[in-house]
Design a binder for this molecule. Structure first.
Ligand code: PXG
Length: 401
């Protein structure tokens, strides 16, 4: 096994696509909120793979489910039934209050599933002329990287050179109900939105935005679709972020932490009436709903509920936000976010957030900048008070200097 950091980074740079710019740390082991690099240096993981590790690294119950399932049955394809699929779909529906689940693997696939369900519902149920359904989305959205999804991004880099782009999307400002009202036409099938915009820099909309949007959608017979891939499953202090605003969606999209940080599991959830637009052969995935993913997904959901991770995120997140706000840093313009999804906005005059993340890494804290100016702090929801205190001391050293 190669353990030389420089050599491992060099191999990655020589033989992999340059589609990322990682911090120069090579991780080889992890447990709970901690990771270790190849030299044995320990770091606190305050990114959690962008909220995919809400339960912490290698949670024993999730790993046990993975290993036990792997010993028995890993894949059947959907050509046959498997004995983990039905029970996981039931748990997902009962936990989310939805009626039907369509299982996928990555977040982007679950978003694609929602887009397809919405368009088909628009054409076949709402009566929009075939091929003309529109979906309203928000500026600075992030829903994934497929060609259709980047077609409705407002980020030039995500589209540059990847056209021709898919039509049928209308972009409006985030947190603007008037813009939503004006954007809706008889051809509008759905509104797709993040309850908090994560990649845009942890943008929390005003109170009443989600419930207001839901009401506008209801009045206009438009599907209200929430991408809770990053905000869901406890991250913001509720099981689903929409609960803060009592705005249960028509279509709920989950991913990331549904796979407990060890296996890709995603889902689009909705009512029986809407899901009925899919008939055998319409849509699918070789690995979607595979027994290994279902066993992991089931354990991942159970851990979140049984260990009260949403409540812990609310409590520890509130404390952490207060401590971050109390720091008298000349570099910090604003601390924002909800639960354990927090962003520290660095003044433009202090440069970008990247050098602060590099300095944090030196101090043993892994965090990643988003949108140039924001340091995102999103540790596993299992983080304890003394671990947060340890982190605050290090963060203070980097930010108050
Ligand atoms: N929706 C939201 C809100 C997300 O944050 C996706 C969809 C797409 O999920 P998948 O599993 O297809 O990546 C995300 C993903 C990255 C990256 O490396 C992805 C996310 C955040 C930061 C980096 O592509 N979020």
């Amino acid at each position: 096994m190669i353990t030389d950091t420089a050599h491992l980074i060099e191999l990655a740079e020589r033989f992999s696509a340059r589609n990322y710019h990682p911090l120069p740390v090579v991780i080889s082991k992890a447990e709970g909120v901690w990771v270790w690099d190849v030299d044995g240096k320990k770091y606190l993981d305050m990114l959690s793979s962008y909220s995919a590790l809400n339960q912490g690294h290698r949670h024993p119950r999730i790993i046990e489910a993975l290993v036990e399932q792997a010993k028995r049955l890993t894949l059947t394809s959907r050509a046959f039934h498997n004995d983990a699929f039905g029970p996981f779909c039931e748990l997902l529906c009962k936990t989310s209050g939805q009626e039907k689940a369509l299982l996928m693997n990555t977040g982007a696939e679950a978003v694609e599933t929602a887009v397809k369900a919405c368009r088909k519902w628009g054409h076949k149920v709402k009566g929009i002329p075939d091929g003309t359904a529109e979906i309203v989305v928000c500026e600075n959205n992030f829903h994934g990287r497929t060609t259709t999804i980047v077609s409705f991004s407002s980020e030039a880099q995500y589209q540059d050179g990847f056209g021709p782009l898919s039509p049928g999307f209308k972009i409006i400002p985030y947190d603007d109900l008037d813009a939503l009202k004006k954007a809706i036409t008889p051809n509008t099938a759905g509104f797709l939105v993040e309850p908090i915009q994560g990649e845009a820099g942890i943008i929390v909309p005003g109170e009443g935005y989600l419930s207001g949007a839901k009401e506008i959608c209801r009045r206009n017979n438009v599907l209200f679709m929430l991408d809770e891939i990053q905000t869901g499953l406890g991250r913001t202090g509720k099981l689903f972020c929409y609960e803060h605003d009592n705005a249960k969606p028509d279509v709920l999209i989950l991913g990331k932490a549904l796979g407990g940080g060890c296996y890709p599991v995603s889902a689009a959830l909705t009512s029986d009436e809407i899901m009925r637009v899919f008939t055998p052969g319409d849509h699918g995935s070789t690995f979607g709903g595979n027994p290994l993913g279902c066993a992991v997904g089931m354990a991942s959901l159970n851990v979140i509920v049984d260990e009260k991770l949403p409540e812990k995120a609310a409590e520890q997140g509130g404390y952490f936000k207060e401590r971050l706000r109390a720091m008298k840093s000349p570099h910090v313009k604003e601390v924002r976010g909800r639960g354990l999804l927090l962003g520290v906005y660095v003044h433009e005059s202090s440069g970008t957030a990247r050098p602060f993340c590099e300095a944090l890494m030196e101090e043993g804290i892994l965090a990643k900048e988003t949108h140039g100016q924001v340091i995102r702090f999103a540790p596993p929801l299992t983080i304890k008070r003394d671990e947060l205190d340890w982190a605050v001391e290090k963060i203070e050293r980097v930010l108050v200097s």
